[in-house]
Design a protein around this ligand. Sequence first.
Ligand SMILES: NC(=O)c1ccc[n+]([C@@H]2O[C@H](COP(=O)([O-])OP(=O)(O)OC[C@H]3O[C@@H](n4cnc5c(N)ncnc54)[C@H](OP(=O)(O)O)[C@@H]3O)[C@@H](O)[C@H]2O)c1
Length: 283
Amino acid sequence: MTTSTIDIGGKTVNRLGYGAMRITGDGVWGPPKDHDEAVRVLRRAVELGVTFIDTADSYGPYVSEDLIKEALHDGTGYGDVVIATKGGLTRSGPNVWPPLGRPEYLRQCILMSLRRLGVEQIDLWQLHRIDPNTPREETFGEIKKFLDEGLTKQFGLSEVSVEDIESAQAAGLPIASVQNLYNVGNRSAEDVVDYCDAHGIVFIPWFPVNAGKLANPGGPLDEVAKQHGGATTSQLALAWLLRRSPVIAPIPGTSSVAHLEENLKAADLALSDDEFQTLSDAA
Ligand SMILES: NC(=O)c1ccc[n+]([C@@H]2O[C@H](COP(=O)([O-])OP(=O)(O)OC[C@H]3O[C@@H](n4cnc5c(N)ncnc54)[C@H](OP(=O)(O)O)[C@@H]3O)[C@@H](O)[C@H]2O)c1
C-alpha cells in the first residue's frame, strides 16, 4: 500500500486505516460469525501497511477491543500501529447505543479499554457521542483529566458539529480528531471537513465505502472505475476521500480479508482533477 501519511495518536500513520466495527456479531453485538477470519483480517491489515485502527468499547461490546489485543498485541503494545478507541455509549442490545456522558461512566470506559487493549496509555480516545442529558462541562471536564493524567495521549470527538468542536475547545480540550459519517454520496458533514482542514484536525470519515446510488452499475463511480481498468466502486469511493483533503484518514470496515485487500488498493488509485470533480459534483 502506498499512501500519504498523517500524524495522530503521537505517531505518523498511513492515511488509509481500518475500522474494526465489523468484526463483531449482527447488530454489532456479540462475537463475529468467523473468529479466525476476524483475526486474519486484523493481522493482514497490518501486514499490508495499515498503522491506524479504529475501534470502540461498545463494538460487541468489548469484542472488537479483545480481538485487537489477541491478534496484534506483541507483549508490550502495538509498535507503530495507533489503536484509536472510543467510549461514552452504553449497549442494551443489538443496534442499541444510548449515550452516557457522566464522568464516572466515562472513567470506567477508558480504564476498561486500557485493560482490554493491554496498554498503559490509549493513543487516541474518542467520545463516541456527546450525551444531551449530561451537562457538557461535566463530560469535558472529566476528559480533560484523562489527558492530564496521561490515560490517553490525544482526544477526539465523534458525530459533532463545528459548534460542538468549538464548545469542547472552549472547555480547554485540545481536539486531535473528529469522526463523522461522510462519504462521496453523503456530504452532510462538509462544513466539519472544511473546519478540520483549516485547523489541522484529523477527520475520520465513517461509512467511507458507502456511496449510495452513486455506486450503482452505470453510475458515476462505476463509469470512473472503468477508466481505471478493473477498479471497484469501493476503491473509487476511498480514493475520492483520500483526494478530498489531506486531513482525511478513512477507516473502511470489513469482516473479510478479500474486501480488506481490495479496499487497501485504493491507496494506489490516483484520480485526475476531472475525475475528482465529476465525482464531487455527482452527489
Ligand atoms: N463514530 C461512529 O459513530 C461510527 C459509526 C459507524 C462506524 N464507525 C467506524 O467506521 C468504520 C467504517 O464504517 P462502516 O464499517 O460502518 O462502513 P464502511 O467501511 O463504509 O462499510 C462497511 C460495510 O461495507 C462492506 N464492505 C467493505 N468493503 C467492501 C468491499 N470492498 N466490497 C463490498 N462491500 C464491502 C462491509 O461488509 P463485509 O464485512 O462483508 O466486507 C460492511 O457491510 C467502522 O468499522 C467503525 O470503526 C464509527
